[in-house]
Design a protein around this ligand. Structure first.
Ligand SMILES: [Zn+2]
Length: 66
């Protein structure tokens, strides 16, 4: 099961939760029990003016050609 990083919009607490995708919207803040949390995209974050090096979810798959 993947982990997701969240940040609470109420207290600003950052936390990581181990949940399935379908349960992501049920995540609450462990600090203040706030339900208004926003997901953080770490690691391979989408940056403006960036590019390269990310494992983007491509349809079809298949890197290289060998
Ligand atoms: Zn909170």
């Amino acid at each position: 099961m993947p982990t997701y990083d969240f940040r609470c919009a109420q207290c600003g607490h950052k936390f990581t939760v181990l949940v399935s995708i379908s349960d992501k919207d049920k995540v609450t803040c462990p600090n203040c029990a706030g339900k208004k949390v926003e997901q953080l995209f770490t690691g391979c974050a989408v940056r403006t003016g960036g590019g390269g090096g990310c494992d983007m979810p491509t349809t079809g798959g298949g890197f290289g050609g060998g």
